[in-house]
Write a protein that binds this ligand. Structure first.
Ligand code: UDP
Length: 341
């Protein structure tokens, strides 16, 4: 036995989850993972074990499976939970909305019930900047009104409201919702990165697969937005910075009870075409791309005001767009077929 805090990470084999597990293990936390591998590979956890040189118990459990979840809580003394397990593609959420509510909202309610049954009071929740929707004012701080424009974003917003209600009713609960902007990049070792199942939905892994020859060209979803070059603007943030933010959140959970909401972003907006150019520079080859129609559910611009988290914890991002592209490209080159290759 030791006195290290134990963190349960749901969705720990996924893109942000795996980087966060490594960050926690490197900072002397014990970590337990559950993941149903619907959009992740157990291979990611092997890489985390190898990089950290420490054990990482993992269970193949669906977040909606209350009994199986309860068994994991019974087997480990869990101090805090980081909840990533969710479906996360805006476009797909327009196609299968009920599946999004089932997993994201139903799964989160189940997790909160199981935490309650096992007297676990601390949670970091993976929320999203997409809950802000079409911005009235940029950059977006945490006071900006929520106006989700698609089922994915709405599911995250419902979860936040559910958690706020739970905190009102159960004063010992402490929950931090991290609204992150667009996490991209990879661990600088090239061992961990983004390896979505099937054709990627998100821009960065799509570009990486075009660059490595798995896909033909990038479709730029809309060049008629009210932005300087007509393409959508997002606040891309390096996944290792996001993982660092989660580790810090876990370490600050004990500061106070109740619900806290914090943006994780850089404060810098980058258009789709600017990202294509940056990735082309990192990979040394111009990325073939064409302008296509808008993707339903997208908004023109999302950029963070990250000052609240900086004031609260002195946290800010330290990795720029060049590092995001270089690291994503390194992972793709070293793992052309992802973790399965
Ligand atoms: N995008 C694109 N082509 C793609 C995938 C995404 O032009 O193949 C655009 C998308 O319209 C959005 C931006 O890239 O403006 C970021 O999309 P992503 O899916 O990566 O993240 P989101 O902001 O939707 O969470």
């Amino acid at each position: 036995m030791n006195n290290r805090p134990t963190v349960l990470v749901t969705g720990g084999a996924g893109f942000i989850g795996s980087h966060t597990c490594l960050e926690l293990l490197e900072h002397d936390h014990d970590v337990v993972v559950i993941d149903n591998h619907s959009n992740s590979s157990p291979g990611a956890l092997d890489r985390v074990r190898k990089l950290a040189g420490r054990p990482l118990p993992a269970y193949e459990v669906d977040i909606r499976d209350r009994d199986a979840l309860g068994e994991v809580f019974a087997a480990h003394r869990i101090d805090a939970v980081i909840h990533f397990a969710a479906k996360k593609a805006v476009g797909e959420s327009m196609q299968i909305p009920l599946s999004y509510y089932d997993t994201n909202v139903g799964g989160t309610a189940t997790l909160l019930r199981v935490m309650q049954a096992h007297d676990v009071q601390q949670l970091v929740f993976s929320s999203s900047c997409s809950i802000y929707g079409e911005a009235e004012q940029l950059p977006l701080d945490e006071q900006s009104p929520a106006n989700p424009t698609n089922p994915y974003a709405r599911s995250k917003w419902i979860c936040e409201q559910m958690m706020a209600d739970a905190c009102t009713r159960y004063p010992d609960l402490g929950i931090i919702a991290l609204r992150y902007f667009n996490p991209v990049g990879a661990h600088p070792s090239g061992e961990l990165g983004e390896d979505p199942s099937g054709v990627p939905n998100n821009l960065m892994p799509y570009m990486a697969q075009v660059a490595v020859g798995r896909l033909d060209e990038v479709a730029v979803f809309g060049a008629d937005y009210p932005t300087p070059d007509g393409t959508c603007i997002r606040d891309y943030i390096h996944v290792v910075d996001v993982a660092d933010g989660h580790r810090l959140a876990v370490e600050h959970l004990g500061d106070e009870t109740g619900m806290r909401v914090l943006n994780l972003g850089t404060g810098v907006g980058v258009s789709v075409l600017e990202l294509v150019t940056a990735f082309s520079a990192a990979s040394g080859t111009p990325l073939p791309h064409r302008i296509a129609g808008r993707r339903p559910g997208d908004v023109a611009e999302l950029v963070a005001d990250p000052s609240r988290v900086e004031q609260a914890w002195g946290w800010r991002t330290t990795r720029d767009l060049t590092a995001m592209c270089a690291d994503a490209w390194r992972f793709q080159q070293l793992n052309p077929a992802g973790y399965g290759g």
